[in-house]
Design a protein around this ligand. Structure first.
Ligand code: SF4
Ligand code: SF4
Length: 220
């Protein structure tokens, strides 16, 4: 019978040997309130511009639709296609503790295999709807300056997310993930259950370089 250490990814084990690990400073692989704060600081300018802009331009009532979609996206859609494949999701808890979607209630089981291509496409479409909603709202209200500011905030958030976080995230099959191959390989070596599920799905990790095929290679 497998024990907890074999089954749970090291990201959610009680006390893995992080200090001697190659990825200790290379990955965002343990929940850390400072990383969660960093993520919210990246998102804050977009949230302030979108909410403030919609209220100032008389479109505030439509923010309820945005909120409803955000709840659906984070708790149902994104949770199912993206986060349920993430090692953080494997924690034996009904609530997600990670550095971005902290607090989401887990309605689906952990899936150690990588995301399928369909799930990758769904995640991108869902995230674009979430980001574009307030921008389109402001454009409809003919608040072109606010639309531009909101667009720049969204682009800035996407850029900082991609460059500061997606190169360290342990959800390797996310279409935005670009962790170097050697760090991915080292993480999978520490987590044989996840490695086996990735290999069975045909997800190849090149330990020598950051292979773009690996970055976008979901399960077949
Ligand atoms: S990869 Fe696992 S063992 Fe290594 S630092 Fe991250 S959580 Fe710790
Ligand atoms: S994919 Fe990102 S947001 Fe989802 S559980 Fe993993 S770290 Fe959190």
């Amino acid at each position: 019978m497998q024990n907890e250490v074999d089954v749970l990814p090291c990201s959610v084990q009680e006390s893995p040997d992080c200090l001697s690990c190659l990825n200790h400073t290379n990955l965002i692989c343990r929940y850390d309130p400072a990383d969660l704060f960093h993520f919210f600081m990246l998102f804050l300018p977009l949230a302030i511009t979108a909410i403030g802009g919609a209220i100032v331009s008389g479109m505030g009532v439509y923010l309820w639709y945005w909120l409803a979609y955000a709840i659906f996206f984070f708790f149902i859609w994104e949770a199912n296609v993206l986060c349920s494949h993430c090692p953080y999701w494997a924690e034996p808890s009904h609530v997600l503790h990670c550095n971005a979607n902290y607090g989401v209630i887990k309605l689906v089981r952990y899936k150690p295999q990588p995301m399928s291509h369909s799930e990758q496409v769904q995640f991108i479409i869902g995230a674009l709807i979430l980001a574009l909603f307030p921008i389109v709202l402001l454009a409809i209200a003919r608040q072109y300056l606010l639309t531009g500011i909101c667009l720049v905030s969204a682009l800035s958030f996407g850029y900082l997310l991609y460059h500061d976080i997606c190169d360290k995230c342990v959800n390797f099959s996310c279409p935005l993930n670009h962790v170097p191959g050697k760090n991915k390989a080292a993480y999978l070596e520490k987590n044989p259950g996840m490695k086996q599920a990735y290999e069975q799905a045909g997800f190849v990790t090149d330990p020598i370089q950051n292979d773009p095929n690996t970055t976008f290679g979901g399960a077949k």
